[in-house]
Write a protein that binds this ligand. Structure first.
Ligand code: SF4
Length: 261
């Protein structure tokens, strides 16, 4: 069974329902923990996400943002899912609370063997939590790789630009890095550019003299290295890119960071 965890729990929690009623709903809908078993199951769910079970009769507005996110996670866990889609689960939280929620998600994963599909814009968090990463641009996946491979050797110009924007907590390394700032507006996803949909903003295409193929032929995901078939990117000029970006250019502070191209 799949479940979902929302970016900001507050709008997804009915303000007229107590926490107990909120957690009872998926149990009732899926015929789980009926009758006398329901109350202990709700207590159990609250404990699992680190909330005091005596809060069961409180309403969502009586909780902090981090606590509300824990209620959202408890609700996702209620149906005993194999997969939870975490849609920006920490983006609305303070940094210190973000770390607590990430730790909780990791602990639950170890405990219950859950798979997460984790959607996020924070690349440091993605690197920390993900085994495999898919980079999307304008609604299409442009690169897929293991987390280590993506951060040590990105194969798509959009991934390179994203990683160049991640701050490095090392003043010397940070000064030696050059950020790639993408030019132009983001096109409409409902009417994407022809060929490669990144071509209107692609710094690599510009450096290569604006080849026509980028405008006319949509690149497919493929691997440039037969020894690494699980690292794929959708770009006609992956080889040119790998010659420009040094391996390890985007590793974290302790090993960073030669300048990107
Ligand atoms: S195919 Fe062309 S426009 Fe698209 S990412 Fe590669 S170089 Fe850039």
């Amino acid at each position: 069974m799949e479940s979902i965890c929302w970016p900001c729990a507050a709008p997804s929690l009915d303000p007229r329902q107590t926490v107990g009623e909120i957690l009872a709903e998926p149990l009732r809908t899926h015929n789980l923990a009926d009758g006398h078993a329901r109350a202990p199951r709700i207590v159990d769910l609250l404990r699992v996400v680190g909330l005091d079970p005596t809060f069961v009769n409180r309403y969502p507005h009586e909780f902090s943002g981090g606590q509300r996110q824990r209620i959202g996670i408890a609700r996702a866990l209620a149906v005993e899912p194999d997969l939870i889609v975490c849609d920006e689960p920490i983006s609305a939280l303070d940094v210190s609370i973000q770390a607590q929620v990430i730790n909780l998600l990791e602990q639950l994963q170890r405990e219950f063997g859950i798979t997460y599909l984790f959607i996020a814009h924070d690349l440091a968090v993605v690197r920390h939590i993900a085994d495999r990463v898919a980079v999307m641009y304008l609604g299409k996946i442009v690169e897929v790789a293991s987390s280590d491979a993506l951060y040590s050797r990105p194969l798509h110009p959009y991934s390179v630009a994203l990683l160049s924007a991640v701050p490095v907590p090392d003043a010397v390394a940070e000064r030696s890095r050059r950020r790639i700032i993408l030019q132009g507006d983001i096109p409409s996803p409902s009417s994407p550019p022809s060929g490669c949909r990144f071509h209107t903003r692609c710094w690599l295409r510009e450096r290569l003299g604006n080849p026509d193929i980028c405008m006319s032929v949509e690149p497919q995901l493929s691997s440039p290295d037969p020894h690494r078939p699980d690292h794929v990117a959708a770009c006609h000029f992956v080889s040119e890119l790998t010659n420009m970006v040094q391996p390890g250019a985007f590793l974290p502070a302790e090993t960073a960071a030669p300048a990107p191209p």
